[in-house]
Every structure is written in C-alpha cells, then in structure tokens.
Design a protein around this ligand. Structure first.
Ligand SMILES: NC(=O)c1ccc[n+]([C@@H]2O[C@H](COP(=O)([O-])OP(=O)(O)OC[C@H]3O[C@@H](n4cnc5c(N)ncnc54)[C@H](OP(=O)(O)O)[C@@H]3O)[C@@H](O)[C@H]2O)c1
Length: 298
C-alpha cells in the first residue's frame, strides 16, 4: 500500500511553482498539496491548501512545513542586494526542524565550464545550496534545470521587427526546456519512491542559438536570423529590455554570463529527463508549438 504524502511547493506564486502545482494535481489528490508563498492570496492554482512562507522568515517557514512529507523548494530569484544562499539556508534548516523527509530542490545545469563567466556568482550560489541540502540529513533530489525556452523565445519574437536576434552564445550548445516540461519532472520527482539522493539534469535536446532561432522562425512564422555579438554588446542589448533594466545592470551581466557559459560549452549536458520523469522530454519544436498555443489562448 502506498502511503499518502503531503507535498508542499514553495514560491508557489511564480511561473515554475504554479506549473509544478498544476502538474502535481494530475499525479496526486490536490488535498495532499500545499502551496507556500509570501502572499498565499496570490496563489493561482485552485483546490490546494495555502500557507504563508517567506524564505527570509525561518520561523514562518517552520510553521509552513508542519506535517509536510516532501517539499519542492523553488530557488529564490536573483535580486540585486538579496542573499539567495542565506534564503535557501533558511528554507533547508526550517525543513529540517519541521521534520520534512524529502526536498526536491531546483538548481541550474552546468558542467563547471561556467566558472570563468559572469554567471559564476549565481551558479556558485546554486552549487553551495546543493551542498547545504546534501549535508542536511534530509533525503534530497536536485533538479538542475535547463534554460527556460519561454525567456529566449520572448527575445527572438521581439527581434522580428529588425530581423536579427543577437547574443554572445555563438556556436555553443544549450539544453532549452519549457517551464511546463520542468514542472512535470519536478512533480514526478516529488511523487517518486526511488531515485533519491541524486542530481538530475532536467533538459531537452541541446542546440546552438542559430538552430534555436531557425526553429522559432519556423514555428512562429518569423523572419529572424541569428547574429553573434560580444559579451559587452550583449549586456547593452539585454538592458534595452525594460523588465531586465528594471532589475538592474548586475542582472543583465548575470544573464549575459549565461550566454558566455553557453559559448564555453558549460551547458552541453546529457539529459536525465527520462530518469526523472519516466518519459523522454518533448522536442523543442513540440514545446515551442505548445507555448504558441498557450499564447494564442491568452
Ligand atoms: N532555468 C532558468 O532558465 C531560470 C530562469 C529564471 C529563473 N530561474 C530560477 O528559478 C526560480 C523559479 O523561476 P520562476 O520562473 O518560477 O520565477 P518567478 O516567476 O520570477 O517567481 C519567483 C517566485 O519566487 C518568490 N519569492 C521571491 N522572493 C521570495 C522569498 N523571500 N520567499 C519566498 N518566495 C519568494 C516569488 O514570490 P512573490 O510572488 O511573493 O514575489 C515568486 O513566487 C527563480 O526564482 C530563479 O531562481 C531559472
């Protein structure tokens, strides 16, 4: 007999937290699910329990984890002036104190070649979070996620006016994946009874920027070509995006660092998607088509 497990998802108002709860609803009874968020009233997924939980407030996180078997811990966003490692440490320590049995933690893919790039401070924080979790005594599963397909598609579609999409990724390959595909893998890991204490690379097929742009042009009916640029030019390009500019120049550098890392081969990674989820990852074309349908549906 399989015992009923209560599963909580943190940062449940975000894109990945919401998508993971939706995926979990197809894997287990929603009565077993708890959405933890700074503002529980903003949780958009229906039928699940909600509790307040700010990573900065360890006492509140301990209360939020009361009676929870498994936590899907979504990493805190990069914010200028915010110490993500301390926030993650709070969550892991709170889970330990509350008696949580298992944590499925999000991280980012990378084979180490990203160490000399502007992405390294963020990646180093991810790796230190992984170490904290591994030494916590809590059963763990680490999902090193690929780069969100949605984010780069947004920029490629936005380049339609000028017909050229530029970044500094060059001929480096990267495993892109949609948020819904990551969420499916996160849900399967949370519900799994085996495969614990393991790192999983949650990515789809790897490809160059040129190939990504060519597929996006095909699926979205665009006339956009890829043109590599320098790292500094890439920061300037990213700062033209008002959402990135609002987060500040250090965030644009960190994002430009992802393309440096790509160029260095840091994201040329073998996928563990099937081991994590029980089925192969959807193709990039299939994921793009789904994103297009969702956009059309509003
Ligand atoms: N693999 C990739 O390509 C990629 C891309 C972007 C981000 N990421 C990472 O993956 C994470 C999840 O991505 P996402 O797309 O779901 O991000 P998102 O949509 O920006 O959501 C971020 C979530 O974090 C919550 N949050 C922020 N500070 C918090 C705190 N102190 N305590 C508790 N919750 C807090 C936000 O809550 P509020 O609603 O209260 O603000 C929101 O729910 C990001 O945070 C980032 O670390 C990965």
């Amino acid at each position: 007999m399989t015992l009923t497990k209560t599963i909580a998802v943190t940062a449940a108002t975000g894109r990945l937290g919401s998508a993971t709860l939706r995926a979990l609803k197809t894997e287990t009874d929603p009565a077993n699910l708890v959405a933890i968020a700074r503002r529980p009233d903003r949780v958009s997924v229906s039928g699940v329990g909600t509790r307040p939980g700010d990573y900065a407030d360890k006492v509140q996180m301990i209360e939020a984890f009361d009676g929870i078997d498994t936590v899907v811990m979504i990493s805190a966003p990069s914010v200028v002036g915010s110490d993500q490692l301390t926030l993650h440490k709070n969550v892991i320590e709170a889970a330990k104190e509350a008696g949580v049995r298992k944590i499925v933690c999000t991280s980012v893919i990378g084979n180490g070649k990203e160490q000399d790039t502007w992405f390294w401070p963020t990646q180093e924080m991810n790796r230190k979070t992984e170490e904290l979790l591994m030494s916590s005594g809590i059963t763990w599963m680490i999902a090193r996620n690929g780069l969100y397909l949605e984010l780069d598609l947004h920029h490629i579609i936005g380049a339609q006016t000028g017909g050229v999409y530029s970044n500094s990724g060059g001929d480096g390959v990267c495993g892109y994946i949609s948020i819904d595909e990551i969420a499916y893998a996160m849900a399967r890991l949370a519900c799994a009874d085996q495969g614990e204490n393991r790192v999983y690379n949650i990515i789809g097929e790897t490809m160059t920027q040129g190939r990504l742009v060519s597929l996006a042009s095909e699926i979205f009916g665009l006339h956009v070509e890829y043109l590599p640029i320098s790292d500094d030019e890439n920061v300037a390009r990213l700062m033209k995006d008002e959402r990135i500019a609002a987060r500040g120049e250090p965030i644009a550098r960190m994002l430009a660092g992802c393309f440096q890392a790509m160029r260095e081969g840091a994201f040329d990674i073998k996928s563990d998607y099937e081991a994590a989820s029980g089925r192969p990852c959807k193709s990039v074309v299939a994921m793009m088509s789904e994103i297009k349908s969702k956009q059309a549906a509003g």
